[in-house]
Design a protein around this ligand. Structure first.
Ligand SMILES: *[C@@H]1O[C@H](CO)[C@@H](O)[C@H](O)[C@H]1NC(C)=O
Ligand SMILES: *[C@@H]1O[C@H](CO)[C@@H](O)[C@H](O)[C@H]1NC(C)=O
Ligand SMILES: *[C@@H]1O[C@H](CO)[C@@H](O)[C@H](O)[C@H]1NC(C)=O
Ligand SMILES: *[C@@H]1O[C@H](CO)[C@@H](O)[C@H](O)[C@H]1NC(C)=O
Ligand SMILES: *[C@@H]1O[C@H](CO)[C@@H](O)[C@H](O)[C@H]1NC(C)=O
Ligand SMILES: *[C@@H]1O[C@H](CO)[C@@H](O)[C@H](O)[C@H]1NC(C)=O
Ligand SMILES: *[C@@H]1O[C@H](CO)[C@@H](O)[C@H](O)[C@H]1NC(C)=O
Ligand SMILES: *[C@@H]1O[C@H](CO)[C@@H](O)[C@H](O)[C@H]1NC(C)=O
Ligand SMILES: *[C@@H]1O[C@H](CO)[C@@H](O)[C@H](O)[C@H]1NC(C)=O
Length: 869
């Protein structure tokens, strides 16, 4: 028998050190640093790699990111804070701090830049000509031997002044101090949504604290020191490091407030910041450098014991002015007066920094703390986050980092979605004047993925998303439906969406693969439907959800046509292609599955809507009976991507378009032969079993590769694949793909990067990640009809690395909260609690674990169902 010491490799410090680390964690920082030197003497390996330990004040849960030097690279090092309306990226500087600013609506383009901007649409007078062109396109597709064509450019339109989301400059903070900096750390506290930087300089210790407060509608940065007064501080505004923004007017609003006025282009959208500094015990003055052109005022703080700057900002954009009544001007009032009101309400309601900080933390935690997760992680208090990321290896994994990324996804969504506009391709964090893909709202997976986690992790943040549809998608989307599609009911959008109602089909070369996507509205309606299904908020449904859904369904109802290629009398979309992938053909699996789900949602939500339009409901039911289901098994056993069997086994495309019904949809996952079978295509009776359909989906998924291939290496594709593998109950492949995404696509600041090593931040993988993780732990996919029981599966794809863990406060369909825990890889307990008010939407629920039913209940209000294995 080996002694415990021998078991641990014969190193006595292997026993001593964990105890040692435990003790020193609770000691003051200077003692900790000193003890750290001792541990170096005890263990060479630790000495070499771990000189530093977590900063004091770092969350005891380990729920944070920390670093030992200031950041330099925007996309990889800087740390984000935001309240949805404003956002900022922080370097964590010392004597020089630069705060990169964002205002959610600051966009170039649109009617602000071009008064003739019309959302990339055709003229009304072109309607007949377009309808005829579409007829020809359809005929060409149906009469082509392959059922495909190359080009639909004739019905597409140039994007016009599409614009881009833009950075809003910088606040520069300069401290009149010199001398070497030591004991530097910066971190982001995910329990409190506060970023901190601390360092020592000339015998004094400094603390800088930054956050964006939702209650205050402002961002704040605080600084103090251990000596009696801070060195002199100056606060200035700059656009210098940023290419393109015109020079701003920076004037003294009063002796402690800067007023920044600028436009993004000339002509272009106007923006303003009020930047106010408070300095207890000291003096703040504003110097207007009248001789510089344009005016560049600065604030100076002398003799203060602490100082804090608060900035308020807005533009003259108004989402509610994006309809016919407002001539799609999106023009709002000058933001100045509103900013003054906000600033004075701050002074009226709160006077101390601590009060502002506490109000922020309690607002943030009240939203976040409804849900929590554990993956059995052991927090690492020795290695800074950049080193944890650098040493991360796929397959092997590290539950601590995997857990952090989950929490970070929720942090990023809460910090970017609670504005007027929803989270865009970069949340709300972007530095350049023109950002990758305009940092827009790509609607063929990206914006959808941003919101996958929202309902399930009980985040009440979807308001801006639905308002954005209602205000910017629907009004001009009606026009596009009429003029481009000759469809008189409902509304349509395509893939690339800005904040100015860009509903047209964007022409850019032969760009059907990017733009021919009139199913973006159908995919987004999953989120609208889910909001009702998770919350049972019938009032919201009647006011906003149902009108959105009905409009999207009306459009597709009218647009489906009979298949004149196979002449099987089914209804299909034509022309269509998979998102970002040609050929241009008909009956694309992706479109058909989505429209089928959309039609089901009409039926399922009809009663709750209180709508009396029975004719509409009947028409939807009739078309649903007749439509092609987008589920066909092809010549190499794959689930066909198109109705014609032309898939290539070597196609490793980014998107899993035809697997939409596997995840996040349910047309594959909850496949029902009686509802979706029975079609005759090309003389063949389609009567697949569920097993056959799932097998075909698996074959397609395998052939799609791991998310690295030609023009394919994004984080979101790997996260999507991980979720799809989890859906198939394959924990091994799930974990491989998830950990591969982390290894390949996540930077030191845990931002997801577009491709390996790139400097393009794209937030979708960050936000899709928690949903993929949850899909391995809890599944409760939607079903075609409310009469079909909800099938909940617990731990369907638990990877061996997460031996024990728990989830508290997860939400599933039906207004049900689910807590569960597992130990040694096996379910320990699950508890279902149905809301007290389910608005009459009661349903049957079956609970499955390890391939058997372990519980059943009916979701009557207040029902509690405990399951123990
Ligand atoms: C409405 O906007 C269009 C551009 O979309 C412009 O040509 C027209 O002059 C505007 N009409 C009014 C009344 O402002
Ligand atoms: C356009 O729609 C109208 C009625 O909605 C229909 O009568 C007409 O035939 C359609 N035009 C074409 C070319 O499809
Ligand atoms: C400085 O601020 C930090 C964070 O608010 C606080 O914990 C600390 O006590 C303050 N230090 C001094 C000397 O006031
Ligand atoms: C204003 O002056 C500061 C230096 O005091 C400079 O760093 C900043 O770039 C200037 N801002 C503008 C907009 O010129
Ligand atoms: C900046 O000041 C100049 C000179 O007063 C003025 O013409 C310009 O309109 C101002 N720009 C903004 C955005 O307010
Ligand atoms: C399908 O029907 C159309 C119109 O009736 C006809 O032109 C076409 O040849 C038929 N195609 C096949 C494959 O039968
Ligand atoms: C499904 O089709 C096959 C062959 O077309 C047939 O043998 C089988 O009986 C069918 N099954 C059902 C349930 O209709
Ligand atoms: C992912 O697939 C690519 C391309 O097939 C391959 O080169 C790479 O080794 C794979 N990576 C992993 C971790 O499986
Ligand atoms: C998971 O998928 C892989 C790859 O297709 C396969 O080899 C393995 O058997 C699957 N595991 C399970 C449990 O289905």
């Amino acid at each position: 028998m080996d002694s415990p010491i021998a078991l641990l490799g014969g190193r006595p410090w292997a026993v001593i050190l964990p105890v040692f680390h435990l003790i020193r964690r609770i000691l003051p920082q200077n003692v900790q640093l000193w003890l750290n030197q001792i541990s170096c003497v005890l263990s060479i390996s630790i000495c070499a790699s771990v000189i530093r330990i977590v900063p004091s004040g770092f969350p005891a849960s380990g729920n944070g990111l920390w670093y030992t030097s200031p950041g330099t690279r925007w996309a990889k090092d800087l740390l984000p804070v935001g309240n949805g309306h404003l956002a900022a990226m922080l370097l964590g500087g010392t004597t020089q701090e630069s705060i990169q600013l964002n205002i959610e609506s600051l966009w170039s383009g649109g009617p602000f830049q071009d008064s003739t901007y019309n959302g990339g649409n055709n003229l009304r007078s072109q309607r007949i000509q377009l309808a005829e062109a579409t007829q020809r396109i359809r005929q060409n597709i149906f009469s082509s031997p392959s059922g495909t064509i190359q080009n639909i450019a004739e019905i597409m339109t140039p994007a016009g002044a599409y614009g881009s989301y833009a950075g809003a400059g910088y606040i520069l903070v300069t401290m009149d101090a010199s001398g070497p900096v030591s004991e530097y750390t910066r971190w982001l506290d995910l329990d409190a949504a506060v970023q901190r930087t601390t360092w020592s300089q000339k015998g004094a210790r400094f603390v800088r604290e930054s956050f964006c407060s939702h209650p205050l509608q402002a961002c704040v940065q605080f600084i103090n020191t251990t000596t009696s007064t801070l060195p002199t501080l100056t606060y200035a505004y700059s656009v210098a490091p940023e290419t393109g923004l015109p020079l701003p007017n920076v004037t003294c609003f009063d002796s402690s407030t800067l007023r920044v006025r600028n436009v993004i282009f000339k002509p272009g959208m106007l923006y303003e910041f009020l930047v106010r500094v408070e300095a207890p015990g000291g003096e703040v003055s504003c110097t207007a450098n009248d001789d510089s052109s344009p005016n560049n005022a600065t604030l100076t703080v002398i003799g203060a014991s602490e100082a804090w700057v608060t900035w308020f900002g807005d533009t003259d954009y108004d989402m509610a002015a994006g309809d016919f009544t407002s001539n799609f001007s999106f023009q709002g009032p000058d933001p100045h007066n509103n900013l003054i009101d906000l600033m004075s309400s701050m002074h009226a309601s709160t006077d101390s920094y601590t009060a502002v900080l506490n109000a922020h933390i309690s607002d943030y935690t009240s939203l976040m703390d409804r849900f929590s997760i554990s993956l059995g992680q052991t927090p690492d208090f020795k290695l800074p986050t950049d080193q944890i990321v650098a040493s991360y290896q796929s397959h092997i994994g590290n539950p601590y980092l995997e857990w952090l990324l989950f929490n970070y996804g929720r942090y990023l969504l809460v910090s970017s979605a609670r504005g007027t506009l929803p989270a865009n391709l970069q949340g709300k964090w972007a530095d350049a004047q023109v950002n990758a893909w305009g940092s827009d709202y790509h609607s063929n997976v990206n914006i959808q993925m941003n919101y996958w986690l929202a309902e399930m992790t009980n985040l009440d943040v979807t308001n801006s998303l639905f308002n954005y549809f209602e205000n910017t998608w629907v009004p001009r989307g009606r026009y596009t439906a009429e003029v481009l599609y000759n469809v008189s009911h409902g509304w349509v959008t395509h893939n690339e969406m800005n904040i100015f109602g860009h509903t047209g089909m964007k022409l850019l070369g032969n760009s059907a693969q990017w733009a021919n996507y009139p199913e973006s509205n159908a995919w987004m309606m999953i989120h609208v439907w889910d909001h009702l299904d998770y919350t049972n908020d019938v009032q919201w449904w009647r006011r906003q959800g149902w009108p959105l859904l009905k409009g999207a369904a009306s459009f597709h109802l009218e647009k489906l046509v009979e298949d004149l290629y196979f002449n099987d009398s089914t209804l299909v979309t034509v022309p269509c292609n998979s998102p970002e992938q040609t050929p241009i053909t008909f009956g694309c699996a992706h479109s058909q599955q989505l429209i089928w789900q959309l039609f089901n949602a009409v039926e399922k939500g009809f009663v709750a809507a209180g709508d009396s339009d029975i004719e509409f409901l009947d028409a939807v039911r009739t078309s649903r009976e007749r439509m092609d289901m987008g589920l066909r098994i092809g010549r190499w056993g794959q689930l066909q991507e198109w109705k014609v069997d032309i898939d290539q086994p070597t196609d490793t495309h980014r998107h899993l378009s035809h697997l939409i019904g596997l995840y996040p949809g349910y047309a594959i996952t909850s496949y029902s032969p009686s509802l979706q079978g029975g079609l005759i295509v090309d003389g063949t009776f389609m009567n697949y079993t569920k097993e056959q359909i799932l097998k075909a989906a698996e074959i397609s998924l395998i052939h799609r590769g791991n998310g690295t291939g030609p023009d394919a290496d994004a984080g979101w594709e790997k996260v999507w694949r991980a979720a799809a593998w989890a859906q198939l109950g394959n924990g091994t492949e799930f974990y491989k793909e998830l950990t591969y995404a982390i290894e390949r696509n996540f930077a030191q600041n845990l931002f997801s990067l577009y491709t390996y090593g790139s400097t393009i931040f794209q937030i979708d993988a960050n936000l899709g990640y928690p949903a993929a993780v949850l899909n391995a732990l809890i599944q409760a996919p939607d079903v075609a009809s409310t009469d079909i029981p909800l099938e909940v599966t617990l731990l369907p794809a638990l990877p061996p690395s997460w031996q024990s863990g728990s989830v508290r406060g997860a939400r599933i369909r039906g207004g049900i909260t689910l807590d569960l825990s597992w130990k040694y890889g096996r379910l320990d307990m699950a508890k279902f609690t149905v809301d007290r008010d389910v608005a009459g939407r009661v349903r049957d629920v079956n609970v499955n674990y390890a391939r058997r039913v372990v519980g059943r209940f009916r979701s009557n209000p207040g029902t509690v169902k405990n399951i123990r294995i």
